[in-house]
Design a protein around this ligand. Structure first.
Ligand code: HMG
Length: 391
């Protein structure tokens, strides 16, 4: 039985800043951000969006009535959770109207959370082939104004429907994974911005990649020439390229060209969104699938997941017959086209906005946010979400 990705949804907030403008405001050469880091635009999250609403908006367009009946497990990978106790999955389960006979949990290991969720979903489907699992990866990456990490901020969510006989990508059985306790990036529970040892995190990302790539080859007897494209967790689009370059000489000349060209295509959406942590790898996969016109059914796609702290995993999937017919390319194109560029001053103001933490009641103006699902306020320490489509 094949198990894998049957549908992919994506959402990013409607506001963004241009990286040339951010560079000018920070007194650095624009090429540092656009070439050295490899980002063109950065998503900015209005106060009316959080990880829950981003994920619900991402799933909204892919889940139909039959899915709502068949989904019996929702796993929400995030490091931007809104509650220490209640899982973000329960909120999304309610907002989407998924059948109550379902399990809902949150999975956390930095950017690796959604990959963990997919692997758990795979095991669940193997035991219950008639079920479907909704995997969510949603985050808001925040390092702080004027910090080295600022140019790698971003926000967005990816929703993946995992099922038997998937129509997009069938996951292959073997996978290579590795864990080591390191402090390259972390966010203590009292802080709303991440702490990071930037250079160390880059080194560890590559070190983990080399570890799992070697392990994967040993487990499978496959080589780089057997893989048509590798999608990477993309904290910024130059990062995956640095990792790919460490192994590219293992490929034939023709294969090198294919891998490098596919790499560029796989960064298309991430370049204009920024880091979305748990969803970043799957946003890269979506870029590749929706933007590469020549990608053929049957191609083998490698996926490198990295979550600081740290866990790394390399696994592969095979593109299914007519996979292109099951993508939502038009909807994603119009999502990008409808975004609004804002000034650096406006971004800084939004960045500094905070929800109350003293239990006071707040009503937010959701008329300025075009998202169907928004955070409308807080009362009695409870977040109030609104789905404008069902209101
Ligand atoms: P920095 O230290 O300010 O930048 O921050 P830099 O000086 O290293 O420059 C960056 C690149 O721009 C360099 O290229 C420069 O040469 C180049 P490289 O040598 O690395 O290829 N550059 C220029 N290029 C063209 N024209 C110019 C120019 N000037 C410079 N004029 C850093 C960079 C990534 C450290 C910082 O942004 C940061 O700390 N980011 C956050 C951490 C991060 O993203 N780490 C990535 C690996 S860890 C990970 O992926 C996990 C994560 O997603 C979290 C999770 O798991 O939850 C972060």
């Amino acid at each position: 039985m094949k198990i894998g990705i049957d549908k992919i949804g994506f959402y990013t907030p409607h506001l963004y800043v241009d990286m040339n403008e951010l560079a000018n405001a920070r007194g650095v050469e624009p090429e540092k951000f656009t070439v050295g880091i490899g980002q063109s635009q950065m998503a900015v999250t209005p106060i009316t969006q959080d990880a829950v609403s981003l994920a619900a908006n991402a799933a909204l367009h892919i889940i139909d009535e039959e899915d709502k009946e068949k989904i019996d497990l929702v796993i929400f990978g995030t490091e931007s959770g809104i509650d220490h106790s209640k899982s973000a999955a329960v909120y999304v389960h309610h907002l989407l109207g998924i059948n109550p006979q379902a399990r809902c949990i949150e999975a956390k290991q930095a950017c690796y959370g959604a990959t963990a969720a997919i692997q758990l979903a795979k095991g669940h489907i193997a035991l219950h082939p008639e079920s479907k699992v909704l995997v969510l990866g949603a985050d808001i990456a925040r390092y702080g104004l004027n910090t080295p990490g600022e140019s790698t901020q971003g926000a967005g969510a990816v929703a993946l429907l995992i099922s038997a006989e998937p129509r997009i990508l069938a996951l292959e059985e073997k996978s290579a994974y590795f864990t080591a306790d390191i402090m390259d990036f972390w966010r203590p529970i009292y802080s709303d911005i991440a702490f990071v040892d930037g250079k160390f995190s880059n080194e560890q990302y590559i070190w983990f990649f080399n570890k799992v790539w070697e392990q994967y080859q040993e487990k499978t007897d496959l080589t780089l020439n057997d893989i048509n494209a590798i999608c990477y967790h993309l904290p910024y689009t130059k990062m995956g390229l640095k990792a790919l370059r460490t192994i590219i000489e293992q490929a034939s000349e023709e294969q090198k060209e294919q891998l490098l060209s596919n790499y560029q295509i796989s960064t298309a959406y991430n370049r204009n969104v920024g880091n979305i942590y748990t969803g970043a790898l799957y946003l890269s996969l979506l870029s590749l699938l929706e933007q590469n016109k020549d990608l053929k059914d049957g191609s083998r796609i490698g996926l490198y997941s990295y979550g600081s702290g740290a866990v790394g995993e390399f696994f592969t999937g095979i593109l299914q017959p007519n996979f292109k017919e099951h993508l939502n390319k038009e909807q994603h194109t119009s999502l990008f086209a409808s975004r609004k560029q804002i000034s650096i001053e406006a971004y800084e103001e939004i960045f500094e906005e905070e929800l109350p933490t003293d239990g006071s009641t707040t009503e937010l103006d959701i008329t300025q946010d075009p998202a169907p699902i928004c955070l409308a306020g807080i009362s009695d320490n409870m977040r109030q979400y609104v789905n404008k489509l069902t209101k």
